[in-house]
Design a protein around this ligand. Sequence first.
Ligand code: HEC
Length: 111
Amino acid sequence: MPSPVVLALLFASPFAFAEALPIVAEPSPERQKQLVHLVRQDCGSCHGMTLQGGLGPALTPGALRDKPVDSLVATIYGGRPGTPMPPWHRFLTEPESAWIVQQLLAGFPEE
Ligand code: HEC
């Protein structure tokens, strides 16, 4: 029988995480590779190959840190009407967009 402390941790921790981090379903390792390639190539054409900015703003952890995660995910998934930022919903699911935001905030992986 686990101690009450262990039980409390088991029940408490998922909620603690839910507050701190967006809940993101991990794409398969193969899909993660494709997504990294897509961001480096297709997003890089506007945001810069090193994501430091170009036609579009920088997508570095420092540039995105203070922006609401939900709005960043929505920008990728749905685009920003009236700006050159196109929607990506034909190529990405919403959880994949959230995964990309999470990687951008952590420092985007190299290919
Ligand atoms: C055709 C050029 C273009 C492409 C391609 C493009 N973007 Fe953008 N993106 C922009 C522009 C321009 C903005 C700024 C929109 C505005 O004025 O609010 C933007 C804004 C964003 C933002 C919001 C940044 C912020 O500081 O609020 C994110 C996140 C983003 N893009 C991610 C992506 C990702 C990820 C991809 C690839 C899947 C991508 N973009 C592809 C042009 C582009």
